[in-house]
Design a protein around this ligand. Sequence first.
Ligand code: SAH
Length: 367
Amino acid sequence: MATEVASLESEIRRRIEAGGPMAVAQYMGLCLTHPRHGYYTTRDPLGAAGDFTTAPEISQMFGELIGLWAAAAWRVMDSPKKVNLVELGPGRGTMAMDMLRAAKVMPDFRGALALHMIEISPALERMQRLALASADVPVSWHRTIEDIPDEPLIVVANEFFDSLPLHQAVMCADGWHERVIKIDEDDKFRFSIARDPIPLFDEFLPAGINNAKIGEIFEWRDDKVARDLGRRIARADGAALIIDYGHVKSAIGDTLQAVSGHGFADPLIGPGQVDLTGHVDFQALGEAAESSGARVHGPITQAELLRRLGIEERAAALKAGAPVEYATKIEAALHRLTSEERTGMGSLIKAIALSSPKLTLLPGFET
Ligand code: SAH
């Protein structure tokens, strides 16, 4: 491990020395997905022994409901004979397994689907292959969505977009400057700002972000993934469900976080050893998908989505007749997934759906 720390840190150092301060987005990309030393590329970060826990790892109910969502979306698409079920960033493969199990109640849907996992991490791909070793549907692995055959598709993504590189700009007296990482006099990494303002940045900013104060931060991501996804969905018959930490409207604010051992860490210490994440701007994501022809549904909160998909009924069914200890666990999971307290997953996490323009209604997004 120690050599790994040294190597990504020294590689970033070398790049900064050669090319000058590094944009936050480039730093985040290297930390998470550097082919040899990236955080995701080299480990399984999930679960109690890892750094953070995601909804599918909290309870089987989550993946099951998403599986039923996919089956219902397939019906809305007029039940195409063949459909590619695509998961972006599938982690340990837990959600995919739970989805497939739940889809058993709709054998015609299961018979139509081929599962496609989009995963950049060889370590997590290995775990997914193990998890799905006995799946009775065709499964294949790819690095990007562009590698999926151009056929009807249903895409799901949980906590994927928050791990894509996040750009930050800082408001200064002479306009917005990109936030960068430099090497300070004490030889440590420090946040700084690029020397020159970003040209024409005001035109790029969403309406409403025009009165930022000095020092305030605006964040954005490259919208290529959202545009590609939107184009795919618009062209083929298709639907996508994207669930992530984020805000409904574009806003000012610094959401870059380093997470390690289920707590917060310093993003500039131990690059590649800690998770880096930033909230998803659902307005920007929706607009990008819309600009390539997709219809946008939502966003709504995770609590709202899961309730509409029947999580309370599912929890009650699982609890019925179960030993008390198990019933208590289900109740706790239900609470954790749908809690609308300020820091609850139910309200912090949002869900947005995309579809081809002719699909006016998607399950869970009826208004
Ligand atoms: N969806 C899972 C895992 C979330 S962690 C869950 O909810 O438990 C983020 C996942 O996205 C990991 O599987 C990570 O390896 C993958 N990932 C991150 N960046 C990626 C990229 N650029 N391309 C493909 N997969 C990526």
